[in-house]
Design a protein around this ligand. Structure first.
Ligand SMILES: Nc1ncnc2c1ncn2[C@@H]1O[C@H](COP(=O)(O)OP(=O)(O)O)[C@@H](O)[C@H]1O
Ligand SMILES: [Mg+2]
Length: 274
């Protein structure tokens, strides 16, 4: 993307802009000169075969990977490397491709973990149970309870996460990511391994996060039916390169995308269009 375009994107208050991003591991180019913008309130899908660089992209945006080249713009500020410890303060939250929950903790406690960064009281004050710390803990529990309600998890609030079905665990992870009211939510294959019913349910929740919580969403997903039905724009990666970027209709008709991905791995017409 040219500098002018980036400035334009920032002036448009793009929720996220990625400029000339490259990242390699040894000889593998995980990302190669990627330019991408995500508009506020958009559901932006990222698709592509395994190893295409999708998770690497989210890992760069969430500061886990430092790119070799390029910049990430978040809320009008640009970073050569996103400070992962300030991610929550920047209004960004994410989920992981592989579940990252505390299986021995309750649903409520797992969700409340998403609020820890916002505590003002230090660890000592929390341990000592000083009034400020107690008030914060109470407010966190209240906020977590509201989010459980939003995700229809209230009945399970005291269950240990390890005892729940995989689909419900994925929903708990989503609840934890949302609890601090992020402006930008990065979801790495939130529906992988789900049944059709669970996918339908989660699709509804993702829409509700955008519509009711006014979050911008970047969604990595393999189910083309879900992607086409849910996203406003789709970016397609292949071997670390951006080979397509546009509306679901444009992507569906993009020959390079069909050749590299859609035509081989998926039957578009078979998509459920959830
Ligand atoms: N931490 C890492 N160390 C070494 N190679 C990595 C690492 N992360 C990703 N890669 C490599 O980068 C490429 C892109 O991986 P990834 O971003 O996980 O793809 P996707 O999520 O699209 O399946 C792959 O070749 C993968 O092996
Ligand atoms: Mg991945």
């Amino acid at each position: 993307m040219s500098a002018t375009l980036v400035v334009a994107a920032v002036e448009d208050r793009a929720a996220l802009a990625i400029e000339s991003l490259s990242l390699s591991f040894g000889g593998v180019m995980a990302l190669s000169g990627i330019d991408l913008t995500v508009a506020p309130g958009e559901i932006r899908a990222v698709i592509g075969p395994n190893g295409a660089g999708k998770s690497s992209l989210i890992n760069v945006v969430s500061g886990l990977y430092r790119p070799d080249h390029g910049r990430v713009w978040l809320g009008g500020r640009s970073f050569a490397a996103v400070p992962t410890d300030r991610l929550a303060a920047l209004g960004v939250a994410r989920t992981f491709q592989n579940l990252a929950l505390f299986k021995g903790l309750s649903v409520l406690d797992n969700v409340a973990v998403g609020l820890n960064h916002g505590f003002r009281a230090g660890v000592f004050a929390q341990i000592a149970g000083l009034p400020g710390a107690r008030r914060e803990r109470a407010a966190a529990q209240e906020r977590a309870a509201a989010v459980l309600d939003f995700f229809h998890l209230t009945d399970m609030r005291d269950r240990l996460v390890g005892t729940l079905s995989y689909g419900v665990q994925k929903r708990v992870e989503l609840a934890r990511a949302v609890v601090a009211r992020p402006r930008l939510l990065l979801l790495d294959e939130p529906m992988a391994g789900m049944t059709l019913t669970e996918k339908r349910e989660l699709t509804g929740f993702i829409r509700a996060i955008r519509d009711e919580l006014q979050a911008t969403i970047v969604l990595i997903e393999h189910d083309i039916g879900v992607v086409m039905g849910l996203s406003d724009r789709v970016a397609v990666l292949d071997y670390g390169r951006l080979i397509g970027d546009g509306t679901p209709e444009a992507i569906r008709a993009n020959q390079a995308v069909i050749d590299a991905y859609l035509g081989v791995a998926h039957d578009l017409e078979a998509g459920e269009g959830i």
